[in-house]
Ligand binder design. Structure first.
Ligand code: F6R
Length: 608
């Protein structure tokens, strides 16, 4: 979604912020713009479309200013055109502002501004903000921003500059992330660490309700009510190398193929196979509450919700705690019941998904212990939860989530096992489980070696408009995830279902040659899924099976089989999901789709 970059320092600011915008491209956007202060003038350039279109209208070397802000916009209020693109400027032409989030009382503000004789030129909610700041400006941009924000309802991450104050960059946040990179005599502000990494790994994470004033002398943080806040300088753990393509053509392929290593990192120092124990530092102070938990609610959106569904099975089987999975967007609005002993776990790669964050807040307000299973260190959800476990799978840049899914499942497997062991699980059972978990990365690697087979499946069916994905038990969420991967990047319609449900309606969809993917590894529901395969096959469906190595029977039933190594049922999703990611990836490439930036989608969904 929208991205913000700002710069104040000795370098020419424009190339720095444009480069920063490119690092944020993966998040999805439909227009871009920059504003730079130079020689007492404010230069603003914006355009609909990609950053390279904006770049063509800029002379990066000519604009020598040392203070600039930049933005990529993912349209919400108003079409993605040049006028609605950010930065927006106030009526006096002095102040420029970029904004992520949504101003909820913008209609009232528009009315007020019109009464004050201000003509609003765009359809955006954002323009109201800068016009209000312009009205309040009396020579101190920070003060004007502060006064206006006290009247704002909604969410924002903003960066503001004023041509009369060429050494001041002001930013503020409420519900939309902002990070200040602190380099040697220079400051890079961004909504995402990837725009900062090329300059420094030392950062200050802003919290909700804080305003930051950045000048050559340093960074000063205060609350909206002007109370000083002491901030820690923190270290970003990701490297520049990790956010680059590393020889791959697509981030999605890179991220699928790095899953074995990502899971090793996720388990490193946590799974102790020798002693059969799990160490999760983030939960160290909460095991007592967790072992007493009467109910666990897992919440997230999209792929994270699918991972949560796997988690539900894991927590119930390993820890024997009643567990439910809730769409964050539904949970937050439906007056959820949070009783004593309820633990709510927010699952999120980005840690910034608005619905998940709001669900978490709702749960906290009602007294639940809140935990986070998050990838991005320092993200909003990670900071707001009582405790949590990071994925440590490295940055995920491709819009379609892949390694984050396997990281989320792995983390929940570790938590569920650790909790189970504290409750009823015997030490030998724990050791068996952890030894199976430790084998996952190598087994995944073997599946990745069959990428060509997945490509063949995609080759044969990428022109079909409808696919079905069916699975049972632990592989039912995998069916949902396989279908989501296919539809989001290849634009093929696909549905995922529990395999037994197909005869309650969807069987009517089956026609000659329709691709139906069965996730059918060996396990306690294998015989049942074979019956489901027969039902589909006898109606003309083309069966593609993901099955366990050595299963010869399935080769007689299915037209195509992709084999995965044998593993205990609870860990099957970590293996069975991989061929589905590869099939979706190849189908999208064959259809000429933009794999890493699928149409209409954004990496981190920070609006409702
Ligand atoms: C699908 C996908 C989305 C995200 C969802 C939640 O491939 O990426 O469905 O999983 O938007 O995002 P996070 O995990 O960042 O909260």
């Amino acid at each position: 979604m929208c991205g913000i970059v700002g710069y104040l320092g000795p370098k020419p600011a424009l190339p720095v912020v444009v480069e920063g915008l490119k690092r944020l491209e993966y998040r999805g956007y439909d227009s871009a713009g920059v504003a730079v202060v130079r020689d007492g003038r404010l230069g603003v350039h914006k355009s609909a479309g990609r950053i390279h279109v904006l770049e063509q209208s800029l002379d990066l070397n000519a604009e020598e200013g040392h203070l600039a802000i930049a933005h990529t916009r993912w349209a919400t209020h108003g079409a993605p055109n040049d006028v609605n693109a950010h930065p927006h400027i106030d009526a006096s032409g002095r102040i420029a502002l970029v904004h992520n989030g949504i101003i909820e009382n913008y209609q009232a503000l528009r009315k007020y501004l019109t009464q004050q004789g201000i003509t609003l030129v765009s359809e955006t909610d954002t323009e109201c903000l800068v016009q209000m700041i312009g009205l309040r400006y009396r020579g101190d941009i920070e003060q004007a921003v502060r006064e206006v924000l006290l009247d704002i309802d909604g969410t924002y991450g903003i960066a503001v500059i004023c041509k009369d104050e060429p050494d001041v960059l002001v930013a503020a946040r409420k519900g939309s992330p902002l990070i200040v990179g602190v380099g040697k005599d220079e400051f890079i502000l961004a909504s995402d660490a990837s725009a900062i990494l090329a300059h420094t790994s030392h950062v200050i994470y802003l919290s909700d309700g804080e305003i930051v004033r950045i000048t050559p002398q340093g960074v000063r943080t205060t609350t909206l009510n002007a109370l000083p806040v002491t901030k820690e300088l923190e270290e970003i753990e990701w490297t520049l190398e990790q956010i680059e393509l590393g020889g791959h053509e697509h981030y999605m392929a890179k991220e699928i193929f790095e899953q074995p290593e990502a899971l090793r990192n996720c388990m490193r120092g946590r799974v102790d196979g020798k002693h059969g124990t799990v160490h999760l530092g983030g939960l160290a102070e909460h095991w007592r509450e967790l072992t007493r938990a009467r109910r666990i609610v897992l919440t997230g959106c999209g792929t994270a919700w699918h991972a949560a569904l796997v988690g539900e099975y894991l927590f119930e089987e390993l820890a024997r705690v009643p567990t439910e999975t809730e769409y964050a967007s539904e949970f937050r609005y439906r007056n959820p019941i949070i009783e004593d002993g309820t633990v709510v776990v927010a699952i999120s790669q980005s840690g910034e998904t608005l619905d998940t964050y709001a669900a978490l807040r709702e749960a906290k307000q009602r007294g639940a212990l809140s935990l986070g299973v998050v990838n991005v260190v320092g993200s909003t959800i990670a900071r707001e939860t009582d405790a949590g476990v990071y994925l440590h799978v490295g940055p995920e840049i491709g819009v379609a989530s892949t390694k984050a899914f396997s990281g989320q499942v792995t983390v929940m497997a570790m938590i569920a096992a650790a909790l189970g062991r504290r409750k009823h699980m015997s030490q030998p059972s724990m050791e068996l489980f952890l030894s199976a978990l430790s084998e996952v990365p190598d087994k995944m690697q073997r599946i990745l070696e069959q990428a060509d087979l997945c490509r063949e499946v995609a080759q044969r069916f990428h022109e079909r408009d409808n696919w079905l994905y069916l699975g049972r038990g632990y592989n039912y969420p995998v069916a949902l995830e396989g279908a989501l991967k296919l539809k989001e990047i290849s634009y093929i319609h696909a549905e995922g279902l529990p395999a037994a449900e197909v005869k309650h309606g969807p069987l009517a969809l089956i026609e000659e040659g329709m691709p139906v993917v069965f996730i059918a590894p060996n396990g306690f529901q294998y015989d049942k899924i074979v019956s489901n395969i027969m039902e589909v096959k006898s109606r003309g469906g083309h069966v593609i099976a993901v099955a366990t190595e050595g299963n010869r029977e399935i080769a007689r039933l299915a037209e195509q089989v992709i084999y995965v190594p044998d593993i205990i049922d609870p860990l099957q999703p970590l293996l069975t999901v991989v061929p589905l990611q590869l099939i979706a990836f190849h189908a999208a490439v064959l259809r000429g789709c933009n794999v890493d930036k699928p149409r209409n989608l954004a990496k981190s969904v920070t609006v409702e």
